[in-house]
Design a protein around this ligand. Sequence first.
Ligand SMILES: *Cc1c(COP(=O)(O)O)cnc(C)c1O
Length: 428
Amino acid sequence: MIYKRSSALFKEAQKVIPGGVNSPVRAFTAVGGEPIFVEKAKGAYLYDADGNKLIDYINSWGPMILGHAHPPVVKAVIDKAKKGTSFGTPTEIETEIAALAVSMVPNIDKIRFVNSGTEACMSAVRLARGFTGKDKIIKFAGCYHGHSDSFLIQAGSGAVTFGTPNSPGVTKGTAKDTLLANYNDLANVAEVISENKGEIACIILEPVPGNMGCIPPKDGFLEGLRKLCDENSILLIFDEVMTGFRLAKGGVQERYGVDADIVTFGKVIGGGLPVGAFAARAEIMSHLAPEGPVYQAGTLSGNPLAMAAGLAMLSELNNSPEIFTSLEKKTAYLHEGLATVLTEAGVTYTINRVGSMISVHFSETPVTDFKTAALGNNDTFKKFFHGLLAEGVYIAPSAFETWFLTEALTYEDLDTTIEACGKVAKTL
Ligand SMILES: *Cc1c(COP(=O)(O)O)cnc(C)c1O
């Protein structure tokens, strides 16, 4: 494939945008080479600035669960835009999407909309601190909760990819209130709690992590966290920015039958527009301004275009829950196909999958936490990534990311992908 125009656009971008990108994972730094500039997208495909067509397994890092430029979402945004794009006053559609979200997700009474997953997680932690009157939080190594200061301690995703899990610019004062634990390791969490008795406001986690590749929770892990939180008056925050409205209508809470105290959302909930949200039972949410003292605000929060896109997306998922089953079947099919061709080629690999999230790790050891995720062979991943790209298959440009399937993918697309993987596997 030719990337002449992408390459020229990247040169221009680098002159005026740091690294030429507005979010680091887009830059291909982990795999080498230059990012692809996209011109347009439709369904399961991206069309780049050079006219190449790619089967897309990033899907804007998760939101496009029904495919790019999904007609009901596009129509909702256009219709709304004609009536004005932002007012800074309440609008009816905010209540509509809030009511729908609350009806789809277990265990939440009220929801507040913000503009990104980062904001949602940052605000959820502030609320947990305000509600409990305690300062410290526990997060897990390799989990990513956006780029706010408290979370850039052993963060996953881009932060690991770029070798800066602990970012400069985060003060020691902030860092000391973030305690680290190992995912899937209850004994470790219990130890951290007992060393900080009475000081921990919340445990925040990706209940099914996707930012160190996809990692399934071990049997009893989420239940065990719930129990530890109950015994120690700690709030449990499920960061469902990635898993919410993807792994089930009601996300991980529904899929695994474990209740969180606060849940955060992003990605799918905005249908591809900048939206985040956090939700909890009324008793907790009443601590939020203007009802309560914990401050949180946003000039563009609940923006009508964003709410229209999100409402169109959630409505379709709510009315057609068979989408989740269909997506899961497609992902299982892809899983089986990839396993077959990788085994045939004699490649060492581990594939993790939950619902429509799947990741390929070039390592023999089961990938169950950040340590084991980091054991993958990065050189093999780089070859795999570029090989697939040359075959017209676009996966995330980092070994620490998950592939997101979209319902727009056909079985023919999956076969093309498996075939491409088979061809590339022979070169690894
Ligand atoms: C993407 C992501 C975030 C951050 O969301 P942004 O919209 O990029 O700020 C937070 N948590 C998880 C689990 C995510 O996957």
